[in-house]
Design a protein around this ligand. Sequence first.
Ligand SMILES: [Zn+2]
Length: 488
Amino acid sequence: MSATTAASLAAEWEMVVGLEVHVQLKTRTKAFCSCSAEYGAPPNVNTCPVCLALPGALPALNERAVELATRAALALNCTVHPVSVFARKNYFYPDLPKGYQISQFDRPLATAGHVEIGALRDGSSTRIGVTRVHMEEDAGKSVHDRYPGVTAIDLNRAGVPLIEIVSEPDMRSAEEAGAYLRVLKQILEYLDVSDVSMEEGSLRVDANVSARRRGETKLGTKTEVKNMNSFSGVERALEMEFVRQVGVLAAGGRVQQQTMLWDGNAGAVRPSRTKEGSHDYRYFPEPDLPPLVLATEWIDRVKHDLPELPAERRTRFATDYALGAYDVDLLTGSPRLADYYEEVARAHGDPKVAANWVMGEVLAQLKASGGGIDTFRVRPQDLAGLLNLLRDGIVSHTAAKQVFAGMLATGDPPAQIAERDGLIKVDDDAQLAAWLDEVVAEMPTEAERFRAGERKLQGVLIGAVMKKSKGRADPRKLNQLLSSRLGT
Ligand SMILES: [Zn+2]
C-alpha cells in the first residue's frame, strides 16, 4: 500500500470533500462582553464575569461582529436572514467554563451561497456551494506545555467572535479543497473581516471526506479530519485519508464514521474519538439572548458598502492597466499589495514598468525579509519617484537598483539618495572620455585588439568604464564615444 497515492486511485475512486472553516472576526472586543479580543496577551488577562461564566453574568451581542459576519456572508453570495437565533451547544471541556458554547443551530445567520474556484475541472470554473454561515463564540485554550505535568487554561480566547463557513460536499480532490480555501481566504482578506492567519488560529479548517466508486451517486460514509495547520497540510491530510478509506472499501470493509487527527510530522491520519452526532450537543435556543433581528434596509446597505472583491479587482487591473493574467493574479494576491501597486502605477504613469518593479524588486525583498507590504520601507510614492528618475534618464538602470537598496536601508527619498551617493547618470563628454582613457591605459592589449577589429571586446571595455564610473556612465553616449575614439 505504501506506493498508493490519491492520484493512482482517482481513475476508479472519487474523493468527496466538504469543509468547515472557522474564522475569527476582526473586532476590538469579544462577542458577548467588552473584553479585548486581542491576540497574544498574557494568559487570562482579557476576561470578565461574562466570559468566565460567573453566575448571573449576561451576554450582550457585539454589533460590530454582526456587521462583519454579514459582510462575509454577503460576499459569499449567501442569503442573510432577517431573523436568526443563537443556541447553546452543550458539551463539557476544561477550556469551556460555561459548559456550552453560544452558536447558531437551526436558524443560522445566512444560507445558500457559493464560491467560484476557477477552472480545475473540465476547463470551466467550478462553483462550490456554501451551505451556511453562522456566528458563534470561541472556546478558551488548554495549555499543555507551560507547566510540567499540569494542563493550564487560558481564557483570553473564550468568547472571541467567530463565523463558521460550512461548504457543500462539492469538492472532488485535495487540489479543489486547497483552491477553495485560498479563494475563501482571499475574499475574507479583501473584506477586512479577519486576520485569516492559520498560525495564530484566526482561520481553522476541519474537513469532511468520503470516498466512493466513480459513477456512484450516493455519498459514502464520511470521516472528519482535524488538526491541520496549513492549506498544504489540509491537502496532504485529505489525500492520506482518501487512500486509507479506499483501502478499507476495496478490501470489502466499511468506513467508520469518526474523527481523524492529522499528524503533519508523521504525514499520517490517526483516529481520535468517535464522532458526536448533532443530538449529542443538546442544542436549544439561548435564553439569555433574543433572536438576532436585522432590518432588510440594513442588510442592503452592508451589501451596497461591500469593498471591491478579488474577482472585480482582477478584471479592473486587466482593463485599466493592460496587464496579463499572470501579472494580475500576482498583483491582486492580497488587497494591500494591490493597493501598493496602484499607488505606484498612478504616481509614475507607466503601469507596466510599475508592475515589473513591484513584482520584481519589491516581491523579492518581501520574500527575502519575510515581511509584509504594510511595513515595507519603500513607500509607493518613493518607488514612483525612482521610476521617474529612471524614465527621465537621471539614473541608469544599474544605479536605480542601488538607489532602491538605499531606500530600503534608510527610507530616504530617491532623489536625495541618488545625489548623496553620487548615482546621477554622467553624460558629460569630458568625464566619459577621461574614464575611457584610464581604461585604455589599464588595458592596452584589449584596446589594441578592439582597434584592430575584434568587436567582441567592446563589452569588456564598456564594462570596465561602467565599473570605474560606479554604474553612472550613460551607456549610449559611452558606446558612441568608444566607436569614435577607437573605432575602425
Ligand atoms: Zn469578558
